[in-house]
Ligand binder design. Sequence first.
Ligand SMILES: Cc1cc2nc3c(=O)[nH]c(=O)nc-3n(C[C@@H](O)[C@@H](O)[C@H](O)COP(=O)(O)OP(=O)(O)OC[C@H]3O[C@@H](n4cnc5c(N)ncnc54)[C@H](O)[C@@H]3O)c2cc1C
Length: 286
Amino acid sequence: MQKVGYYRPETLEEALELLATGQENYKILAGGTDLVLYLRERKIKPTALVDITHIAALKGIAEFDGKIVIKAATTFTEVANSQLVREKVPALADACSVVGSPQIRNQGTIGGNIINASPAADSVPALVLFDGVAKLRSKNGSRELLLTDLLQGSGKTSLAPDELLEEVILNPYPQSISGFYKLGRRNALAISRISGAVEIVFSSNKVEKARVALGSVAPNPFRAKELEEFLVGREFTNETKEQFLLLAKKLVAEKLGSRASAPYKREAVAGVMREVLNLIELRRGR
Ligand SMILES: Cc1cc2nc3c(=O)[nH]c(=O)nc-3n(C[C@@H](O)[C@@H](O)[C@H](O)COP(=O)(O)OP(=O)(O)OC[C@H]3O[C@@H](n4cnc5c(N)ncnc54)[C@H](O)[C@@H]3O)c2cc1C
């Protein structure tokens, strides 16, 4: 591995000062589960790493005005075990609890998962589902933007070199029920990966509000508005569910076009979404 400098700031201000000084040559280090691999493979060549894992202000989960705020350096394990997350945004708890292995979940952070911008990042469909907003900070101030605007394609974001992701703010619908499911393993062929997340607000058996997100279908996870529009206003019957699955297959086929993974993922999405709907039904019955 090449020689790189290492800083371990204790405060957010210190970290932002370092990023402002280092500009493009400094890289933020959180859990290191992606970054260390990139260093080893020489995909990136920073002059120094700014380790943010000792900054208390970048850890934790809280609720404000019905919004769930997750600090960037919170680990997958912490998110998955959070009572607040399990109650208010269970789809995110589902997603974080199936990332990699226990070791990866203890080390990897939600912020790193977002900024790595992988099409298969497991937390991201769940974050996008709840209209996640990223709060970015630099020495010169802060800005907020939708995760769907922060993510600019596979491995790309609109984060500036002197900026840091401070937190992600989720906006779940009050009284909603949600779930997430993924198919496949990281070490298997990418072709076998697909994930889905659904949030529903019921009024008796009718779908009053719905949000749907898909992962591993496009360069970044996205909201499937067509599927949401289909659900809203319908009775949550078996017939609705079957039609929804057919529509999901059609959407995935359209998105992937003639790509090699299309035939597989078109079928797989129905299985994934069926699992998500079952999860929602189960949670609704509790
Ligand atoms: C064996 C293995 C299995 C895995 N399995 C899965 C899986 O099943 N599902 C899945 O989604 N992922 C999986 N991953 C990847 C997952 O661990 C990472 O995406 C992780 O979430 C990255 O977080 P980190 O804290 O380790 O980030 P790091 O590796 O430290 O950083 C990743 C990137 O984000 C940047 N960064 C980190 N934090 C911030 C911040 N606050 N502000 C700005 N930039 C920041 C870094 O500079 C770097 O560019 C796996 C990884 C491994 C090694």
